[in-house]
Design a protein around this ligand. Sequence first.
Ligand SMILES: *Cc1c(COP(=O)(O)O)cnc(C)c1O
Length: 332
Amino acid sequence: MIDLRSDTVTRPTAGMREVMYSAEVGDDVYGEDPTINRLQSLVSEMIGMQAALFVSSGTQSNLLALLGHCERGDEYIAGQDAHTYRYEGGGAAILGSIQPQPMEFNSNGELDLERVSQLIKPLDNHFARTRLLCLENTQGGKVLALNYLQQASDLATQKGLKLHLDGARVFNAAVSQNVDVAEITQYVDSVSICLSKGLGAPVGSVLCGDKELIDTARRWRKVLGGGMRQAGILAAAGIYALQHNVSRLESDHHNASILGAALGKIKALTVHSVDTNMVMFAPESGDFTSLGNYLRTKDILISGGRLVTHLDISEEQIQQVAAAFAAFYKKR
Ligand SMILES: *Cc1c(COP(=O)(O)O)cnc(C)c1O
């Protein structure tokens, strides 16, 4: 199967499984798992922040950031389609009594900063207290410009907000911009990164921030039932992913751009420009079902109008996918 539904579908390679097998472990609730401690130091160093916390998922990592930055009755501003608002089951409201203030993303994945300014509520007993701005990078595969991050950071400072980055795919952004990831994360107070997307680990995310935030997040992680014991076997996969699978994201981006260009030649499709490892497209007919069914007969899996390249997809398979799309649309 050529599975383009997401970059979450990657399977650990033999090399990754080997380091998992031989990982040194201890009880992480006591802070005694050496491999987890090594992962957390590695990530905080790469990201350029004081501290880091290994957690089970990106959803948990974002929730811990929200719980760390906001208190009951506080509010965060996020995109309508942001993972932190739309795709996390309302966790911040359920578990933190934190209110979201959603707003539309611009087509480039930015939140318009003038609009953000307008949405920040004045200090007044009628209103929730606006405490946090959440950005996402990459957002739908799009990379946020560094000067935009600078402006967002300036606004947050000026208005007394914290700035959290849902950086599930921030390494894709860094590779695409050819910068050190710390050049991106220098503008934010906290960042959540996913090891289990394009980086190819089976499980895990890391939340980074200052020591105070991470101490708070560690407490909330325990409260949520997220304290793990000998999870160094998972952290070992994360270390391996960071050491072996960052620069290779370039080839996922290359494959996505080849696929985007090929689909762009099909008249029945609208295809968006490709920044990283996602090709966003829409059929004129709006019909994904017959396309999906046809592709399945060619051993290709898709999910709606988003095709995601990753380390289990080769350039040769991309050519097969392009050919299958062309064949499908030729027939109609
Ligand atoms: C996948 C993803 C997450 C959450 O990660 P899970 O590990 O699936 O909980 C958060 N934000 C974005 C942008 C994501 O793509």
